[in-house]
Design a protein around this ligand. Structure first.
Ligand code: IPM
Ligand code: MG
Length: 357
């Protein structure tokens, strides 16, 4: 079978890590008899440089015509002076929205081999953790009305958060179903003691929990959740939360696994077409040096095989290859975190993973 994959390499380390994932997919194709056809499109800063726009129409059309999308990262200091609507990050929000990707799955698990890379105390990491963040991706404050105006103290800027019943229900449904397929525990994270959107969110999640008596349900305020994540991450199985809280908590969750360079993500909507990307950014400080950790992007490609193409065995194969490479002690610089050892380059780490496939 042939699968059409749109490649959005983007900026910074984006091209290096996407190319690593492409090599892994090609190897999987060879081994299992699939053919992956890759078509690159511009997004973010490189698109601004080439076309003046962060998200050219051709990119949106190309993604819509593909079976799935693999994205590296966007942004960098070069484009920081751009006005808000022309920033590289705007393209990321634009493509998520254009493809209807309202669900963002961000798994964060502790690899036993990486225990000593986690900043958490030994007695906490000993218990291990394996959680799935279900982040709402096309609503909330990221997409609300914003602007500048004259306020009580003169010039002011504002952003607004709105969530409709429909948006909350559809992400809630995904979260409960996800919990059902895992350890049947779901925690919804909000700020219902302050925000009206959170109160509606909580009301809807509570009502929905009645339909899922087999799922153990609880809610947690976001400030407490941030604390619980470092205090006792093992208590979490699936968490569901809004766009902005999910953005923040997923960076925190990644760091306790040892490195943000490890976390993959899948953005999904109503169709099989998804967009797969590492949760980290474009890391302009290390771009072009061949030192980035390609694992988050390689694991994102595995998620693509699993969620968009129903190729579970092939996805397992990639994940196990990553496990084995880590077990053997191979590390990129981020995973060494200043400890002793020789860091592998991005391409060397990819070679090691390829050798295990
Ligand atoms: C992420 C990123 C993006 C987000 C930025 C780059 C717009 O931080 O995917 O987590 O906030 O969603
Ligand atoms: Mg983020």
């Amino acid at each position: 079978m042939e699968y059409k994959i749109a490649l959005l390499r983007g900026d910074g380390i984006g091209p290096e890590i996407v190319d690593s994932a492409v090599r892994v997919l090609e190897k999987i194709g060879e081994r299992y008899g699939h053919s992956f056809r890759f078509t690159p499109y511009l997004i973010g800063g490189c698109a601004i440089d080439a076309t003046g726009k962060p998200l050219p129409e051709e990119t949106v059309e190309g993604c819509l015509a593909s079976d799935s999308v693999l994205l590296g990262a966007v942004g960098g200091p070069k484009w920081d002076p751009q006005p808000g609507h022309l920033r590289p990050e705007k393209a990321l929000l634009g493509i998520r929205s254009a493809l209807g990707l309202f669900t963002n799955l961000r798994p964060a698990k502790l690899y036993p081999a990486l225990r000593d890379a986690s900043p958490l105390r030994a007695d906490i990491v000993e218990k291990g953790f394996d959680l799935m963040i279900v982040r709402e991706l096309t609503g909330g404050i990221y997409f609300g009305e914003r602007g500048k105006r004259e306020g009580k103290y003169g010039e002011e800027a504002y952003d607004t958060e709105a969530y409709s019943r429909m948006e909350i229900e559809r992400i809630g449904r995904v979260a409960f179903e996800t919990a059902r397929k895992r350890n049947k525990r779901l925690i919804s994270i909000d700020k219902a003691n302050v925000l009206e959107t959170s109160r509606l969110w909580r009301e809807i999640m509570h009502a929905m929990s009645k339909e899922y008596p087999d799922v153990e349900y609880a809610d947690l305020l976001v400030d407490n959740a941030a604390m619980q994540l470092v205090k006792n991450p093992a208590q979490f199985d699936v968490v569901v939360t809004s766009n902005m809280f999910g953005d923040i908590l997923s960076d925190e969750a990644s760091q306790i696994t040892g490195s943000i360079g490890m976390l993959a993500s899948a953005s999904l909507g109503d169709t099989k077409r998804g967009m797969y990307e590492p949760i980290h950014g474009s890391a302009p400080d290390i771009a072009g040096k061949n030192v980035a950790n390609p694992i988050a992007t390689i694991l994102s490609a595995a998620m693509m095989l699993r969620y968009s193409f129903d190729l579970a065995e092939e996805a397992d194969c990639i994940e196990q290859a990553v496990d084995r490479v880590l077990e053997k002690g191979f590390r990129t610089a981020d995973l060494l975190g200043g400890r002793e050892g020789t860091p592998l380059s991005c391409t060397e780490m990819t070679d090691r993973i390829l050798a295990e496939i």
